[in-house]
Ligand binder design. Structure first.
Ligand code: KDG
Length: 359
């Protein structure tokens, strides 16, 4: 199957990496998983679902959301269709979740961090160095513990279906290379001013590291860095690349300090308008899109880092001892937030992590 959006993405991908030989190693965007499953032939009404995203058209999140739309369309004989609005053009994560509640937007896929306003326990994902490997992270996302947190959106006006991967967050800045917490704090010079997501645990992480944390919506980050309002930010390499942050950030450090997921969610008002057969289809498509997004995000991660280096970002790879220094510095975050997030929940997540590392 060949649809115009896939062609557009292939072209965007080529432009993104400048048609260099590295193109061969780039994630394969032309071959999403085949769309399988029952096609609903009965006319159960036509719906165009508007999905707002914070990230750009080249992000794994956008690509998998288009795939989600393809599944809905193919399996409803075109009666369900999806319009995706990237680049925070409809609002930031917090605003778009409010729009879901009022029914002025159908879907969005925010990070868990701003979604803690609705489900405070989701802050468990904000705890630093909790999910040490991707294997452990995925096991957690697929666990009943994590899926149970999605049920807690009940009563908020939002339906939450599945987790996507946002990924391991890395630090970038425009001032100096970072190898240690001291480089963040500055010691003899000033601490780095770092944008954080709008979430108090994220704020505590950067306070513990001696930075000047500045919470800010994602859509404002590029211009804040361009204008020198902030020195840096932290996000997965794929977001840093697809948002062109390397144009205003000279230094990166592979800190992997937090693994944050995304949540695919829908307005309950939209949900209630859908026939139960379409509701089931939306659930299935969300899960299939999540699996594809996680695959793409994994493929993007190292590739995006290498692309950033090729484009001139100086990236510091940290060894185990250097990572341990960051880990030690952020320990107060656990003391401060553990009781509020729930020690039992944290222990359950740690149990899942241990089960993947002891196998
Ligand atoms: O659509 C998702 C983005 O808006 C956002 O969640 C990205 O991780 C992110 C951040 O730093 O705000």
């Amino acid at each position: 199957m060949h649809t115009p959006w896939k062609l557009t993405l292939a072209m965007t991908g080529a432009a993104l990496i400048g048609m260099s030989p590295v193109f061969a190693a780039a994630p394969d965007l032309s071959d999403p998983p085949p769309i399988e499953g029952e096609v609903i032939t009965e006319d159960l009404g036509s719906h165009t679902i508007r999905v707002g995203l914070g990230l750009a058209e080249t992000s794994p999140l956008y690509i998998s959301t288009r795939y989600f739309g393809d599944i809905l369309s193919e399996r409803s004989e075109g009666r369900l269709s999806v319009n995706v609005f990237p680049n925070s053009q409809l609002g930031d994560d917090a605003q778009m979740m409010e729009m879901l509640q009022t029914g002025s937007l159908d879907m969005t896929i925010p990070s868990t961090s701003p979604a803690t306003t609705y489900v405070p326990e989701l802050a468990v994902f904000d705890l630093p160095f909790l999910l040490p490997t991707r294997e452990a992270a995925i096991a957690v996302l697929e666990s009943d513990v994590a899926l149970g947190l999605l049920d807690k959106f009940d009563g908020t006006g939002i339906k939450a279906f599945a987790y996507h991967e946002n990924g391991y967050r890395q630090l970038t800045n425009s001032v100096r290379p970072v190898e240690s917490p001291d480089d963040v704090a500055g010691l003899d010079v000033r601490g780095l001013t770092i944008r954080t997501m709008e979430n108090p645990v994220q704020l505590s992480i950067w306070e513990a590291l001696g930075a000047n944390p500045t919470p800010m919506a994602f859509g404002e980050v590029f211009s804040a860095m361009e204008q020198g309002v902030i020195d840096g930010q932290e996000n997965p390499w794929s977001t840093i690349l697809t948002s062109n942050f390397h144009e205003v950030q000279d230094y990166g450090a592979e800190t992997r300090h937090v693994y944050t997921p995304f949540i695919i969610m829908m307005s309950e008002r939209t949900w209630d308008r859908l026939d139960p057969a379409y509701q089931e289809l939306v659930r299935e498509a969300a899960q299939e899109a999540a699996a594809y997004e996680i695959q793409l995000a994994t493929e993007y991660d190292d590739w995006a880092r290498d692309q950033l280096e090729e484009r001139g970002m100086q990236i510091t790879r940290l060894d185990d001892d250097q990572i341990a220094a960051f880990q030690e510095a952020v320990q107060p975050v656990y003391d401060q937030w553990g009781p509020r997030i729930g020690e039992d929940l944290i222990a359950e997540i740690q149990g899942i992590v241990d089960s993947t590392t002891s196998e």
